[in-house]
Design a protein around this ligand. Structure first.
Ligand SMILES: *[C@@H]1O[C@H](CO)[C@@H](O)[C@H](O)[C@H]1NC(C)=O
Ligand SMILES: *[C@@H]1O[C@H](CO)[C@@H](O)[C@H](O)[C@H]1NC(C)=O
Ligand SMILES: *[C@@H]1O[C@H](CO)[C@@H](O)[C@H](O)[C@H]1NC(C)=O
Ligand SMILES: *[C@@H]1O[C@H](CO)[C@@H](O)[C@H](O)[C@H]1NC(C)=O
Ligand SMILES: *[C@@H]1O[C@H](CO)[C@@H](O)[C@H](O)[C@H]1NC(C)=O
Length: 535
């Protein structure tokens, strides 16, 4: 909250010192010239000139980029200025080892560049309306940049001068790698989270009372398979995040004694997970912990993802780009861990053979309402109840899949609505009947050369559950708290808030304004959290 008080939209620029600004302005002009000289090689800039680029003038036949850039009130120019400044900050952020911020800036730079190039392609000037959001988001980032990267302006200018020639080359390589950087930064386990895992594991093996306590209730085993109860699953290696999911579900549940949580984690986090959920209670909610290494059916002869990972070409695909530096977390280097907890969502009936209905929650959500009505929703014979994401055209099928591929073209409507993973109600009876796991295997095997889609679980999810998905009311699952601004009313009404995106609430790069909604469910007074310096 500190960084983003109500005044954060005040003009960014006023805060820079005059000297700094003058120098920077010089540098910007320099950059501009570099850019202009590049732009002038493009055919679009050769078209006849237009005197007033800023009118919404439909008689515009072409655009004189030079003139557009020199015009005082040009939006394109404003965008370009911001881009140049942002590029400088990318360099500084990288030098201060703040890769995640560098990534955020690069992502925003790309957004602005897309706007500019679209305008260039269609040969009409950018309008204020279409670029306003980009300009504002970038202004916000630039404002954060000066707060985050504690530079002394004179040294920064020296460094900038030194760097300015290499800037363009660096940007190219950053653009290529930026998605990877973002992923690495987001995947990197913060020290305190790592500490918590270690302490909990120690506690588990030291304290036999704890081991006895977990599920000591006599009828727990029966409840785990009782289809009259509300079953939830979370697949995660993050104890704290999982705790927030369980705690927030329990606190907002009308009947917590009817809630059963099935957690699946990996070998490394198994003891810690068990320790945490036996030393804390959550209003009588039953919590069961498993590790996926115990699932004997999860083997390379059954699971295409595992089979494909044995292939060396696939391995190098997953490994490459990790840069060989030791900052890359182990998880990222091990493709099995990279993907298995993620891919487990396609094997829910196998993981829970006795269950008929279950709500799947990602570990980066927080629950704000009683979720039991979900179990009463009629899915109309569908397998997956999910919130659709088609309000924006870019969340339709064509965004995620390769429509040059004949298999995709002939099977899927490119304009079909995408939907979100993270809060799904699954009808496991229908799942088994419709052989959904088989459908998933079919597509996963067709994608052995990764021509249908690249990475992630959403694209195969879209293929697997195509025509088997029932749209839920959007208030069940509010998305975007990890990367964008979300309407306050949607947040207020939302049953499940999802911090999808890289700015997870447990990371430093988490969005400050959305952290309290999540932190509310963290017990910062807990001795182990205190020992590990949370907050
Ligand atoms: C673009 O405008 C500038 C300044 O008005 C002018 O000098 C230049 O010749 C124009 N370029 C083209 C390609 O028309
Ligand atoms: C692999 O999984 C299949 C299908 O679940 C199972 O039948 C088989 O026994 C498993 N193989 C091993 C080696 O565990
Ligand atoms: C399910 O699909 C798989 C792969 O498409 C197929 O091999 C299997 O026979 C199917 N099972 C049933 C019960 O239809
Ligand atoms: C998309 O599919 C086509 C046809 O199979 C293939 O040639 C192309 O390389 C694919 N594109 C990507 C980005 O994989
Ligand atoms: C769960 O959330 C409540 C409410 O904010 C909090 O007081 C409590 O300490 C949390 N419990 C755990 C185990 O995190």
């Amino acid at each position: 909250m500190r960084r983003r008080g109500p005044d954060f939209r005040r003009p960014v620029r006023r805060r820079f010192s005059n000297v700094f600004w003058l120098t920077l302005f010089g540098l910007l002009i320099l950059l501009l010239i570099i850019m202009l000289s590049r732009d002038s090689h493009e055919p679009t800039s050769r078209s006849p000139l237009n005197k007033r680029p800023f009118r919404h003038d439909r008689s515009v036949e072409g655009l004189n980029i030079t003139e557009e850039m020199l015009s005082a009130d040009s939006v394109a120019r404003q965008l370009n200025d911001q881009i140049s400044l942002a590029k400088a900050f990318v360099v500084i952020a990288k030098e201060s080892n703040n890769l995640q911020f560098a990534w955020e800036l690069s992502a925003q730079i790309r957004n602005s560049q897309v706007l500019l190039s679209n305008a260039a392609l269609r040969r009409t000037p950018l309008t204020v309306g279409e670029s306003e959001a980009s300009i504002r988001d970038m202004a916000l980032l630039l404002y954060q940049a000066q707060q985050l990267l504690h530079y002394d302006s004179s040294t920064m200018i020296m460094r900038l001068k030194g760097k300015i020639q290499g800037l363009e080359e660096q940007m190219n390589s950053i653009n290529e790698k930026s998605s990877k950087f973002g992923q690495i930064a987001a995947e990197e386990v913060p020290k305190s989270l790592y500490c918590l895992g270690v302490r909990l594991t120690t506690e588990w093996f030291k304290n036999s009372n704890l081991q006895k306590k977990l599920n000591s209730e006599s009828n727990t085993a029966a409840k785990l398979v009782d289809n009259n109860l509300y079953h939830f699953c979370v697949f995660s290696d993050n104890v704290l995040a999982t705790s927030v999911v369980v705690n927030s579900t329990a606190l907002n549940s009308k009947n917590p004694d009817m809630v059963v949580f099935h957690l699946v984690t990996d070998e490394v986090n198994y003891a810690a997970m068990k320790a945490w959920f036996s030393m804390n209670s959550f209003r009588g909610v039953i919590v069961d912990v498993q590790k996926f290494e115990d699932f004997s059916w999860l083997n390379a002869s059954y699971v295409p993802v595992l089979k494909q990972l044995q292939d060396s070409e696939t391995q190098s695909y997953y490994f490459s780009g990790s840069g060989g530096d030791n900052r890359t977390p182990i998880k990222f280097r091990n493709p099995k861990y990279l993907s298995m907890l993620n891919h487990l969502r396609f094997y829910i009936p196998e993981v829970f053979p006795a269950l008929k209905k279950l709500v799947f929650l990602d570990d980066d959500v927080v629950v704000q309402k009683d979720l039991s009505p979900l179990f009463a929703i009629d899915l109309n014979g569908n397998v997956n109840g999910a919130v659709e994401t088609c309000m924006e055209t870019f969340h339709r099928y064509h965004k995620y899949l390769n429509y040059s591929h004949p298999l995709i073209r002939t099977h899927f409507d490119p304009d079909a609505c995408g939907w979100a993973f993270g809060m799904n109600i699954f009808d496991l009876v229908q799942w088994r009947k419709r052989n959904v796991t088989g459908i998933y295997h079919y597509w996963q095997e067709k994608n052995v050369d990764r021509t249908l889609w690249k990475l992630g679980t959403l694209p195969p999810g879209l293929l697997t559950f195509y025509g088997l998905t029932e749209a839920l009311d959007p208030s069940w699952h509010v998305l975007g708290l990890g990367y964008t601004n979300v309407d306050a009313q949607l947040i207020e009404k939302g049953a499940v808030l999802h911090y999808n995106g890289n700015s997870k609430p447990w990371l430093k790069i988490g969005m400050e304004k959305y952290k309290p909604l999540w932190e509310k469910y963290v017990d910062y007074g807990h001795p182990l959290l205190q020992q590990c310096n949370f907050h």
